[in-house]
Design a protein around this ligand. Structure first.
Ligand code: SF4
Length: 388
């Protein structure tokens, strides 16, 4: 085949690429239907089919005319990421390994509790921020997930619990953007996906039940305050800049004072002034778990309406840290409670399937050299088994 005709074939193939409607919010669907000369009310019908009925086949969308169904099938698709595996922990936690375009895999986790079921959703393949205590950071970074790949995680979990049918075994009642990646580094896609989570014609989750967690990308957090009012969690992990610079490197760019001020600004803009920021603090033995750290934290947060969630560190292969002792954890919690804070301690869930907080790794086709360096270090520190 000549070079010219090859280019023609490639061009024709590219022209044929279908538009994936899975990650389209109603407003994007309006634009889509405007663009193909159809009425806007079709947007509501489609979003309900996909996210309330769990239907991804246009031919089965019975309230659309046959012509429209066939037109949609020609130009669009509803394409989900692929589930590679699904593991259940002895405590009921479920972890999925999900392949996305390009071959990398991400992980998501469902944590059942008596009153609710929380889905921890990933926003990126790997993470560029490289927090020193996080397994995801060690995998390097590939790319941002698309809105379809983010909302597709919720669709997959809902489908696995028969949530699209009257015989639902369980429900996803809460979503936390706390899986792999820093959500605010993938701003537009995360905002689009969260809007589908909240939308009445889709999942209809309350804004109190959708939480975005950030490590402190301050300009994007300021921007989020203008377009969203979901619940906010801030991943602090240290009460002063010196220590936080080591644990959460983005702190060197946006120090604590800026981060706290931005979080304050976020909740002040919320229509419901009773809302509080959740402060996430992972406790590591002899690193950030001393009494002086608890007292410093109490001072740091004194003007921020917040509740504090203490997370005993969950180890992973090659991690440099150990988890907090029970004594240090109680002491840390008591100091904060004595200062008037509401403090919860996160129970470790899904540890046996590496699904606990900070343990998600996936399979990242790393575009940085970080994963290779991490693996080399793991190899160097592995004990050598001599059989003889
Ligand atoms: S803790 Fe969050 S921001 Fe930090 S490396 Fe892990 S995924 Fe990225």
């Amino acid at each position: 085949m000549s070079q010219e005709s090859l280019e023609t074939v490639v061009h024709q193939q590219a022209q044929k690429a279908k538009i994936n409607l899975l990650g389209f919010s109603t407003s994007r669907l309006y634009d889509f239907f405007d663009g193909i000369g159809e009425k806007r009310f079709r947007a509501t019908q489609i979003i309900k089919w996909i996210h309330q009925e769990g239907q991804c086949d246009f031919s089965k969308m019975t309230n659309l005319s046959k012509d429209l169904r066939s037109k949609l099938a020609d130009i669009a698709e509803i394409k989900l990421p692929e589930v590679v595996s699904c593991q259940d922990s002895i405590d009921g936690t479920r972890k999925w390994l999900i392949r996305v375009d390009g071959g990398s895999c991400i992980e998501m986790v469902y944590i059942p509790e008596r009153e609710r079921g929380t889905l921890c959703v990933s926003s990126q393949i790997g993470c560029a921020l490289d927090c020193s205590f996080c397994a995801t950071g060690k995998q390097g970074f590939n790319r941002d997930l698309t809105a379809a790949e983010i909302i597709g995680q919720l669709w997959i979990a809902a489908d696995s619990f028969d949530q699209f049918t009257p015989k639902a075994k369980r429900r996803v009642s809460n979503v936390v953007m706390m899986g792999m990646g820093e959500p605010l580094m993938n701003f537009d896609n995360v905002v689009d996906a969260m809007s589908i989570m909240l939308e009445d014609n889709a999942y209809g989750l309350s804004k109190r039940r959708v939480t975005l967690s950030t490590s402190g990308v301050v300009p994007q957090l300021d921007k989020l305050a203008d377009v969203s009012d979901v619940s906010l969690a801030i991943s602090l992990h240290a009460p002063n800049d010196e220590l936080r610079n080591q644990l959460v490197p983005i702190n060197r760019k946006y120090p604590l004072a800026q981060f706290i001020a931005s979080a304050q600004n976020y909740i002040e803009k919320m229509p419901d002034n009773r809302r509080k920021v959740t402060v996430e603090y992972t406790l590591m033995d002899q690193i950030n778990d001393r009494s002086i750290h608890a007292r410093e934290l109490a001072v740091l947060l004194k003007d921020l309406p917040c509740k504090i969630n203490l997370i005993p560190f969950n180890s992973f292969p090659g991690s440099d840290y150990k988890t907090v002792t029970k004594t240090a954890l109680s002491r840390f919690r008591d100091i904060l409670m004595a200062e008037g804070y509401t403090v919860t301690v996160r129970t470790t869930r899904g540890d046996d399937i590496a699904a606990a907080c900070g343990q998600l790794a996936g399979e990242v086709n790393d575009r940085t050299k970080r994963q290779a360096r991490y693996k080399k270090r793991l190899d160097e520190t592995q004990p050598i088994n001599i059989i003889g």
